[in-house]
Design a protein around this ligand. Structure first.
Ligand code: PEP
Ligand code: MG
Length: 550
């Protein structure tokens, strides 16, 4: 029995023969050429063909897997990226070499540059640029990609899997993925999660090609990989697989069901997302809306401020994909643990109490205006709601609303369509916002409680610290009472209240949330069906503040 510890990136367990993906020998020889012009023409033709293939692939999967379509579209953009093309042409001219070699070199250079970035999202894009370079090279040489040829379902292993490779694999033949490299942020991990296939990455060199054909077991949660399990492990693993299958079947029956308690209280079960790519998981898990779109990921993944157009396209895509279901987009929430270099923020001794989230937006009206314009423009394409983070005072909300009105007036003047009735909400994540919740509720359409921050500020416990142990208690009555105070204030004003922090997925707290009167829970997509199952066997009680005690 061989045990390898990797990183679990897509939950679930799988058992089957291991298959190591072999690729054709693709070493590119450098050749000196006399006519670089001819190479440039070959390159242009290969680029055109690559774009055509990628657009065709995007079109093919548009209905079934929107995120896959977006990935292919992004690759098509990479093919024609100005910097990338300039780098290839520079190689061609300076080295008087063949186009294949120039593309390979440029792809390597870009991949190394991306892999060296601090931002894990950008690091993970290295695999994309290599994938694009390989496609152009294949179109130059006439080679076909592939190397996956099996009749039976397997656990597919590879050094690393290019995203487009992952998408083109016959899914009915794949029980799980294992890669030597990769990260939680790699597209392959994202796609595996979206496809609901267990996956382990970063298995390292302990994973060898010679293991092909041997019985293998993976756990996409713990990151464990067992080859040739002994009888005792095998029995334990088989039991785990059985339980997983049973649970999956049970949860499947929850799809299409109402989010309602036995006594008829309806709750909105929404999802948290960070990008368009996560929308397919929302749909797959039958989320009834998006309760938190963390828009800052657009900023964190960029080298400079995302433009209005870039943001508009991203918000519009999510709004359109959700087909009229509510999509709550939170305005920029950076600062504290989410630092963005190009914002050039002053270093702070205590950034969690410093210049973050709405404070930055109110201090930098141009940044705020750009995002609000993009949001309102997107509101014409779906049911968009706008949510402001880290509110402590009524004047902040009024300033946000004034900024919204200015943007609406601009768009109206320009004749740009938008939805004037776009809902506005705030995050309740500071004790101050709880204590003035009655006044805040008069100003907005809804509240959403950010328990990750509310717990940190209420209990004076740094959410980043791993050492606070029992002092960091998400079930502390102070937290639950804060929820109750905010819920009562919202309801008195005729507004609804949700929770979008991690606590929302805490199934054990569901009866308490119901008793407090929470109307919406926004959770990671895979938590929707288990919550629905629990909700549908619950009875909604009520409670008063003094019932939430130590
Ligand atoms: C929260 O604070 O609970 C929340 C949802 O926001 P974030 O985790 O992005 O700060
Ligand atoms: Mg927060």
């Amino acid at each position: 029995m061989i045990t390898i510890q990797g990183k679990g990136v897509s939950a679930g367990v799988a058992k089957g023969p291991l298959y190591f993906l072999r690729r054709p020998n693709t070493r590119i020889e450098k050749q000196t050429v006399e006519d670089t012009g001819a190479e440039k023409r070959r390159l242009a033709a290969a680029q055109t063909e690559s774009v055509r293939q990628l657009e065709e692939l995007a079109e093919k999967c548009r209905d079934e897997a929107e995120d896959a379509a977006v990935l292919f579209e992004t690759h098509a953009m990479f093919v024609e990226d100005e910097d990338f093309v300039a780098c290839i042409e520079e190689q061609l001219e300076e080295e008087a070499c063949n186009a294949e070699y120039a593309v390979e070199q440029a792809g390597e250079q870009f991949a190394v540059m991306l892999a060296a970035m601090d931002d894990p999202y950008m690091q993970a894009r290295a695999a994309d640029i290599k994938d694009v370079a390989r496609r152009i090279i294949n179109n130059l040489t006439g080679a076909v990609s592939g190397g996956f040829d099996t009749d039976e379902p397997v656990i597919l292993c590879a050094d690393d899997l290019a995203p487009s490779e992952t998408l083109q694999l016959d899914k009915s033949k794949i029980l799980g993925f294992v890669t030597k490299k990769g990260s939680n942020n790699s597209h392959t991990a994202i796609l595996a999660r979206t496809m609901g296939i267990p996956a382990v990455c970063a298995a390292g060199d302990a994973l060898q090609e010679g293991y092909t054909g041997r019985l293998c077991y993976i756990d996409g949660e713990t990151g464990e990989l067992i080859i040739d399990p002994d009888p005792i492990s095998l029995a334990a693993l088989t039991e785990k697989l059985g339980k997983q299958a049973e649970r999956k079947q049970l949860l499947e029956t929850m799809k299409g069901q109402k989010d309602i308690t036995l006594d008829g209280r309806e709750i909105m079960l929404y999802c948290n997302i960070g990008s368009l790519e996560d929308v397919s998981a929302v749909q797959e898990n039958d989320g009834q809306g998006i309760g938190l779109f963390r828009s800052e990921f657009l900023y964190l993944g960029a080298k400079t401020y995302p433009t209005e157009e870039e943001q508009f396209l991203a918000y519009r895509a999510v709004a359109a994909a959700m087909q009229g279901k509510r999509v709550i987009i939170r305005t920029l929430d950076i600062g504290a643990d989410k630092q963005v270099d190009y914002f050039r923020m002053e270093k702070e001794v205590n950034p969690a109490l410093g210049m973050r989230a709405i404070r930055i937006c109110l201090n930098r009206p141009e940044v705020f205006r750009t995002q609000l314009r993009a949001l309102y423009r997107a509101s014409a394409y779906g049911k968009v709601a706008i949510m402001f983070p880290m509110i402590t005072s009524v004047w902040e909300v009024r300033e946000c609303k004034r900024a919204c009105h200015r943007v609406m007036a601009e768009l109206e003047k320009e004749g740009v369509p938008f939805d004037r009735s776009t809902e506005l909400g705030i995050m309740i994540e500071t004790p101050a916002s709880v204590l003035v919740a009655d006044a805040l509720a008069e100003e907005v359409d809804f509240f959403s409680v950010g328990t990750n921050d509310l717990i940190q500020y209420t209990l004076a416990c740094d959410r980043q610290s791993n050492d606070l142990g029992k002092f960091y208690d998400p079930h502390h009555p102070a937290v639950l009472r804060a929820l109750k105070i905010a819920a009562d204030a919202a309801h008195r004003a005729g507004k609804w209240i949700g929770i979008c922090g991690e606590l929302a997925a805490d199934i054990g707290l569901l009866p308490t949330f119901l008793a407090i009167g929470i109307d919406e829970l926004s959770v990671t997509p895979s938590a929707v069906l288990p919550l629905r199952a629990e909700l549908r066997r619950s009875i909604a009680k009520t409670c008063t503040l003094d019932m939430l005690k130590c």
